[in-house]
Design a protein around this ligand. Structure first.
Ligand code: MN
Length: 241
């Protein structure tokens, strides 16, 4: 016999899975779809296979991280903006850059769930196996800002290890077009603080716990094998024409 607790849990899991479906399918789905907003925000598909980052980030972690955690941020963000059409029509970037303009009643939910959606949408694109080290103008900028790639790596590793609790570490470009490494707590997005993220590492336990357990430093070290430097460099070059 299914306990109430289990039934509730299954309903929640079904909701999360449903949120990942295209709107048209979800709307013709089972009765539960009426209570689960599937727009305006949608979960982007993972841009590669779940096992593409093995052995550094395992397929099971990617499944849970993308299909459950990211999907939940999207579902909860949609829920938060349901009765706020003015917010619902904004892009996620506009929302996070103007948090003070978001109605106080939903501001915290939007900051957390919207930040989670935005950060993870970028994060998947920032990952690719074996792209080496940064090249071109980004490599020069890193050398100029940090002294060398090795020094950048040291500061990055120290910052990521030092995030207390759950959060992220970012390589950002500030309003004066200067590079720096910054941690953010929870799902706060650097664009809320006027800084464009170029590279980010998710140091929430959900991003490494299955493979690395409590050993965050091992995950942070392994991360250097899965940075998509081509994506990060292209992003940098777009911002510094
Ligand atoms: Mn995450």
């Amino acid at each position: 016999m299914m306990t109430r607790r289990k039934a509730v849990k299954n309903t929640v899991l079904a909701s999360v899975a449903l949120a990942a479906l295209p709107t048209a399918i979800a709307q013709t789905g089972p009765a539960t779809s009426a209570t689960i907003p599937t727009d305006p925000f949608t979960l982007p598909p993972l841009p590669y296979a779940y096992d593409a980052l093995e052995p550094y980030i395992d397929a099971e972690t990617m499944h849970i991280h993308h299909d459950k955690h990211h999907a939940a941020y999207v579902a909860n963000l949609n829920k938060a903006v349901t009765d706020y059409p003015d917010v619902a029509k904004m892009s996620i970037e506009e929302i996070l850059k103007n948090l003070n303009a978001i109605p106080a009643k939903i501001r915290t939910a939007v900051r957390n769930q919207g930040g989670g959606h935005y950060n993870h949408s970028l994060f998947w694109q920032m990952l690719k196996k074996d792209t080496g080290v940064p090249q071109g103008s980004l490599a020069s900028a890193i050398n100029e800002s940090f002294g060398s790639f090795t020094a950048f790596k040291e500061e990055w590793t120290k910052t990521a290890a030092g995030v207390f609790g759950s959060g992220w570490t970012w390589l950002v470009l500030d309003a004066d077009k200067r590079l720096s490494i910054e941690p953010t707590p929870n799902q706060d997005a650097t664009i809320s603080d006027g800084k464009e993220p170029l590279l980010g590492i998710d140091v929430w336990e959900h991003s490494y716990y299955l493979k690395y357990q409590n050993r965050r430093p091992e995950y942070v070290a392994a991360f250097f094998n899965v940075i998509n430097w081509d994506f990060v460099s292209a992003r940098y070059e777009k911002m510094i024409p």
